[in-house]
Write a protein that binds this ligand. Structure first.
Ligand code: DGL
Length: 275
């Protein structure tokens, strides 16, 4: 691999702010990599849209990142990973990492009683993305799934410790008590932003699996295997693009990432659709 290819950025997309939970882990694991993040804030949420729409958006987002010469694409959205990953891998000649496989493997490594809970958007849960993958990897596993659609707007709003968010979490998550799960997959990249309230609802004994952490490890391994790791010793350059600038994006993103975002640019949605 040439040095130029190695120094190309990693492209990451999500419907909004959620993919930053993956970006944060990639920053920690791979500080020298250049990153281009695209949050499709004009069209969030994806989780309530049809599979066909999410596939179309995912293709457009990937084309946008490829125009920026990315060496790898990370689909930092469980919804897009569950419905569009195969299409993207067929369509584009670039390594593409999704969220479902890494999160499933980590959950299987963690569970002792083989009772795993999964929470995600309506699309991810209705498509049974995690239960199919988990059962394929281990057919003895019992999987209990639940959609928590209100978590996405709560995370986008930055209500990470709000009383109302706790009440909603308690309501969504109470059914997991009777199933005695020991592991809960946060099957939406927005949910780690609400980690504390989710943990409070399910109790300390349940291990929360953040698919972003597992995906970041996968990114690391794949870069290594493909000899694509950036050899530079300088800190990576991080660029953020959004399709709309919601009031809270920068504030919530900076609070969550714990750093200032210097380059954030709004792209033209019409251009994105035409690409
Ligand atoms: N963060 C995304 C996911 O992981 C999508 C949330 C949404 O847009 O509904 O599924």
């Amino acid at each position: 691999m040439t040095n130029q290819q190695k120094s190309n950025p990693i492209g990451i997309f999500d419907s909004g702010i959620g993919g930053l939970t993956v970006v944060k882990k990639i920053f920690e694991n791979l500080p020298n990599e250049n990153i281009i993040y695209f949050g499709d804030t004009a069209r969030v949420p994806y989780g309530s849209k049809s599979n066909q729409t999410v596939v179309e958006y995912s293709i457009q987002n990937t084309k946008f990142l490829l125009k920026k010469n990315v060496k790898m694409v990370v689909v930092a959205c469980n919804t897009a990973s569950s419905v569009a990953l195969d299409v993207l891998r067929n369509e584009f000649n670039v390594p593409i990492i999704g969220m479902i496989e890494p999160g499933s493997k980590t959950a299987l490594n963690n569970t002792k009683n083989n009772h795993i809970g999964v929470i995600g958007t309506n699309a991810t849960i209705n498509n049974k993305a995690y239960s199919h993958r988990l059962k394929k990897l281990n057919n003895k596993i019992k999987v209990y799934e639940s959609a928590c659609p209100l978590f996405v707007p709560l995370a986008e709003e930055g209500w990470t410790n709000h009383k109302a968010a706790q009440l909603i979490a308690n309501e969504y998550l109470k059914k997991f008590k009777e199933h005695e799960i020991d592991t809960l997959i946060l099957g939406c990249t927005h949910y780690p932003i609400l980690n504390d309230i989710i943990q409070k609802s399910v109790g300390k004994k349940v291990k929360l699996i953040d698919s972003g952490t597992s995906a970041a490890i996968e990114v690391n391994n794949l870069l290594e295997a493909l000899d694509l790791r950036n050899d530079s010793t300088r800190k990576g350059n991080h660029q953020f693009y959004v399709s709309d600038v919601p009031r809270k994006f920068q504030e919530v993103a900076e609070r969550f990432l714990g750093k200032k975002i210097s380059h954030i640019e709004k792209i033209d949605l019409e251009e994105l659709i035409k690409s």
